[in-house]
Design a protein around this ligand. Structure first.
Ligand SMILES: [Ca+2]
Length: 242
């Protein structure tokens, strides 16, 4: 029988290893964060807040962010339908929230914690649809924070002053440096200047996992097992060829 040229064997081995590696790589991760998961009038299970009841309540300290995380839960409310009505209907599965069921005039820093399961974050982006009575952020105080770090251009995000009459959008194409594997928190600063107050958002965080510099034990094991198998096969083949 004709012997398999050594170069072709090496190429076959390399191809097998290359085939094993992508299988062990993690897939992309998509995280959806929405306000108002639950019945109208109930507490939002995902969102807590800090609100001293004032209008301009920032700039925020680490103590304020901690208060938002450990504060009371937001309340799921219907859209205000008074003199200047809130935007409706909302995206599916999304409802307005406020600090209490009576939608009192109060600024609030909402906190929404979530888990990132990717062990290594390669790239990450945020896109969001929202509306807020009255504005996202105030003056020079940003409206969005990731783990306490302000997101760029999140002051009113292009609003004309009233952020509740129609749905608005915000996007940040690169939030990888602000995210961490495990627990993270997105903060939303609802700035209010009187009357009634509330917010909704529908945010999507898309993560592309990075490649770890050190192969995980499972990956390494698969590669080694593949190599041992190939070497055994080559030895048997060589014996057969001889
Ligand atoms: Ca208001």
């Amino acid at each position: 029988m004709k012997a398999v040229p050594p170069l072709r064997r090496i190429a076959a081995a390399a191809a097998s290893v290359a085939f094993v590696l992508p299988l062990s790589a993690a897939h992309g991760e998509t995280i959806t964060l929405v306000t108002g998961t639950g019945a109208l009038g109930s507490l939002d299970p995902n969102i807590t807040f800090y609100s001293p009841g004032d209008n301009v309540i920032g700039p925020f300290t680490s103590a304020n962010f901690a208060s938002a995380q450990s504060g009371p839960h937001a309340v799921i409310v219907g859209p205000f339908t008074g003199s200047i009505a809130w935007s409706a209907p909302l995206p599916p599965g999304v409802q307005w929230i406020s600090t209490t069921a009576s939608i009192p005039p109060a600024s609030a820093l909402y906190a929404y914690s979530f888990n990132v399961s990717s062990a290594v974050i390669g790239a990450a982006s945020l896109s969001m649809t929202f509306a807020v009575d009255n504005g996202l952020g105030s003056g020079a105080i940003p409206g969005l924070y990731l783990n306490g770090n302000p997101l760029p251009n999140s002051v009113n995000a292009g609003l004309g002053g009233l952020g509740f009459t129609s749905d608005l959008t915000y996007a940040d194409a690169d939030i990888a440096a602000l995210l961490t594997p495990g627990l993270n928190t997105l903060y939303f600063y609802q700035y209010d200047f009187g009357g009634v107050a509330g917010s909704f958002f529908d945010a999507t965080i898309s993560i592309t996992p990075g490649v770890s510099a050190v192969p995980e034990p499972g990956t390494l094991g698969m590669v080694l097992a593949g190599l041992v198998g190939l070497m055994t096969f080559a030895r048997l083949r060589r014996r057969h060829d001889d």
